[in-house]
Design a protein. Sequence first.
Lengths: 185, 371
Amino acid sequence: MTWHAQLTELDDATLMFRVRDGDRDAFAVLVKRHQKMLLNFFARSGVQYDCEDLVQQTFLRLYRYRERYVVTAKFTTFLFLLARQVWIDELRRRKRHERLVDGLAAEPPPEQVAPAVADATASGGMDLEQAVAALPEGLRDVVELGVYQDLPYAEVAEILGIPVGTVKSRMFNALAKLRAFLEEK
Amino acid sequence: MNFATHMNELAPADAAAFRALAGHLRAAPEREPSAGLTDRIMAAVDAERARRSRFRAPAPWWGIAAAAGLIAAITLFELSGRSHSAQKPVPQDSGTAWLAESQEADGTWSPSKHGGSEAYRPALTALSALALDRASEGFAPQIQRACDALAALQGADGAFGGEGRARLYNHAITTFALATLCPHHPALKPTLDRALAFVSVRQTPQGGWDYEPGSEGNAAVTAWQVRALACAEAQGFDAAKIPLRKGLRWLRSVARDDGSIAYHRDSTACSDGLTALAAYTLITAGKDFPGLQELGRHAAEALSAAPEKSAVADCYRDYAKVLAFDSVGANAQAETVRKQMHVQQQAAQPDQWAKVGGRLYTTALTALAAR
């Protein structure tokens, strides 16, 4: 109990070093600490019912990449990079699957286009969170990282692989679209 | 720079509007992770560690390890003929006696009295009845009362109760149990007919079952429905034939090249418990369909009998592993998992699904997995 309490007081970077050395409990602390953040990251991306699967995939990837983590990168930056890659891979896999499987052709595309958003837009009943999910991916990412997670723009830029100036312009455009949506409503 | 400082650079009207917007966004309620998420993630990490350690051999020690392994293999081969007959199976403990004593007057078992959830009363009653049926003998009155109680729980639509997730698990497990028990309890036939009708109604056009709207199926609940259908078909219920065929086809669609079984068709999520149950189901229910048994065997081969390092047991996973190992003739691996289950039950080790099934579930599954 005492040992676990000590672990929970450690910062993310120290825990990652312990994970690299094979400390399973340290990894469990990281999972508990960040799973909610990742769950909401995927939920706000428009995923309907596979969010926890994707959270699991992100942590598995984090575990596999534990030796690549360097303290020069902030832990959450590293984690979001992995989460974003998991999401991109998932979208690719689903698109590939759609092309290959005849049976899926007649089905509505799974969560990637947030069907609830499309329906709600048509009926005029879309709320703000759904509007965020309906933003183009590039704009939604900066809102997720810059507003919800309140990350410094330099980190957002690093995660998304774009200049800080682009983060600023995307943020402006995203908020302008959301504002227009609210005003129309 | 962050959002706050960025806003300072904008025109005051824009900045004020955007700050208010951000306030609305941040104030929105967030989703909470489900109670078992951390454990599931850690179980997946443990499985990953186990898989990697199986394939990793430190190069400098490889020669020594290979030589030692060869000597050990020869020794074991020589001993196997003598020791096989002396191998002690895990004894079936007093779990079934406890189950019999714990039955309620109405024939069901009460999950809430034993740490589980009332939402799963039909499924836990069904598992308890199956466990008693599998025991040597002497529990006929209890099993009869359980059958009567389960039939009484059936609603007008053929379902056995519960909402959402619980409804489909209750239904599949209860239908499976009643189909298993039907030969000695022919009065169950009308109940089973209605139960099979409900299974068919809830099957998605793609052939799976799920409790989440918009899904074509998830492998966990689909495997149970397929088990129920296969058992019913074997007892002569023709209504099971077509949904069984469709269900097996859907289950085949979630099998992946590495042997694991995906939770959803498009999902990357999987677990040993899910893979094991699906493997067993494909092998036993798919025997009349080309390629399904091979697929099931491939899935079973991806499983490890090595003990999980998690402090939390998973009786459900272990039960499924025993079924899968037994179905491919991997007797030693099945026995290893049985021993783990027995030890965990004796130690009353906390279980991942304790809040759902409590002691009824661990006792019944351990009894069902016993040799």
